[in-house]
Design a protein around this ligand. Structure first.
Ligand code: ADP
Length: 265
C-alpha cells in the first residue's frame, strides 16, 4: 500500500529506537486510512439503498400502463419515506464529520438533570405509543462543562434507543448521580437486550444488531457512534452492560465541573 515504507536499522540504540517509532507511526497511519476508507464505503452503501428504492418506485409509476391513483399515492408515500431516511443519514454523517474535525465549541457549565428532563419531555409521546414507562432518578448539582446541544443529543440517543428497543409494558430507568469527581448517567431498560457477542460492536458506525428492527424504527446505526464520539470529546467515557434478567444498561461518565476547579489554573 501507500504506507509500506518500513525502515530497518541494525545496531545503534537511538537510531533503531527511532526506526521502531517510525514503523509504529506508519502502522497507525495505515489503520486510520483503512478506517476512513471503510467509513466512506459503508456510508456510500447506506445511501445507495434508499436511492435504489426511490429509483425503483419512480420507474414503477412511470412504466405502469395505467395505475389507479390510490396505488400511485402509496408509492409516493414510500418515496417520501426513503427521502426522509436519506436526510436522517446525511444529517448524522455531517454530525460525525464535525466531531471528527472540530473540538467542542461553546462549552458552558450544564446541569445534566435539566437536559435529561427535557429529553424525557420530548420522548413522552414515543414512550406512550410504545407503552414503555420512563422513570427518572436524578440527583441535582451534577454539572459538567459541555456543549449543551451535544449533551442533549447524547441523552436523547440513549433514551430513545431504550424506548425503541423495548417491549410493550417495559420500563426505562434513567439515573444521574455524583461519584467523587465524576458525574454518572445510566440509562437502563427492560427491552430486547443485546447479545453478548454484539456488545463490543454497538458503538461502531452503521452497526445494528437487528437490521430489520432498526430500520422499522427509523434507525441508521449511527446513533451510538455519535454518542461515543461526543462523550469522548467532552473528556468522558461510555460503556454498555447487559442487564439481569433482561435488557441493557448504558453508563456515561463525565468529569464534574466545579466552580473551585474553574479558579485553579
Ligand atoms: P440505530 O439507529 O440502529 O438505533 P444505534 O447506533 O443507536 O443505531 O444503535 C446500534 C444498534 O444497537 C441498534 O441497531 C440496536 O440493534 C442496538 N441497540 C442500541 N440500543 C439498544 C438498547 N437499549 N437495547 C437493545 N439494543 C440496542
Amino acid at each position: 500500500g501507500e504506507y509500506s515504507h518500513r525502515v530497518t536499522v541494525k545496531g545503534g540504540d537511538e537510531l533503531s529506537q527511532l526506526a521502531d517509532e517510525f514503523n509504529e507511526l506508519t502502522g497507525r497511519l495505515q489503520t486510520t486510512e483503512e478506517v476512513r476508507r471503510r467509513f466512506v464505503s459503508d456510508a456510500s452503501h447506506e445511501l445507495k439503498t434508499p436511492l435504489a428504492s426511490i429509483r425503483l418506485l419512480t420507474d414503477s409509476i412511470l412504466q405502469a400502463d395505467h395505475m389507479d391513483s390510490e396505488t400511485a399515492r402509496e408509492f409516493l408515500v414510500d418515496i417520501g419515506d426513503e427521502a426522509e431516511r436519506l436526510t436522517r443519514i446525511t444529517e448524522k454523517l455531517l454530525t460525525l464529520t464535525r466531531l471528527d474535525t472540530a473540538h467542542p465549541t461553546q462549552t458552558e457549565p450544564v446541569d445534566v438533570k435539566e437536559v435529561v428532563e427535557r429529553v424525557e419531555h420530548m420522548l413522552t409521546p414515543l414512550a406512550g405509543a410504545a407503552e414503555v414507562e420512563l422513570r427518572l432518578r436524578l440527583q441535582p448539582g451534577c454539572v459538567v462543562k459541555a456543549t449543551k446541544d451535544d449533551l442533549y443529543q447524547v441523552a436523547f440517543n440513549l433514551m430513545e434507543n431504550a424506548v425503541k428497543y423495548n417491549l410493550p409494558g417495559g420500563k426505562v430507568l434513567v439515573t444521574l448521580s455524583r461519584w467523587g469527581d465524576q458525574v454518572v448517567l445510566t440509562v437502563e431498560d427492560t427491552g430486547v437486550g443485546i447479545p453478548q457477542e454484539d456488545l463490543p460492536k454497538v458503538f461502531d458506525r452503521f452497526y445494528r444488531v437487528d437490521k430489520a428492527r432498526s430500520r422499522a424504527a427509523g434507525g441508521t446505526g449511527l446513533g451510538l457512534s455519535i454518542v461515543r464520539d461526543m462523550v469522548r470529546q467532552h473528556g468522558g467515557t461510555v460503556s454498555v452492560q447487559p442487564r439481569e434478567p433482561e435488557g441493557t444498561c448504558f453508563t456515561v461518565r463525565f468529569p464534574i465541573w466545579t466552580e473551585r476547579g474553574e479558579e485553579t489554573p
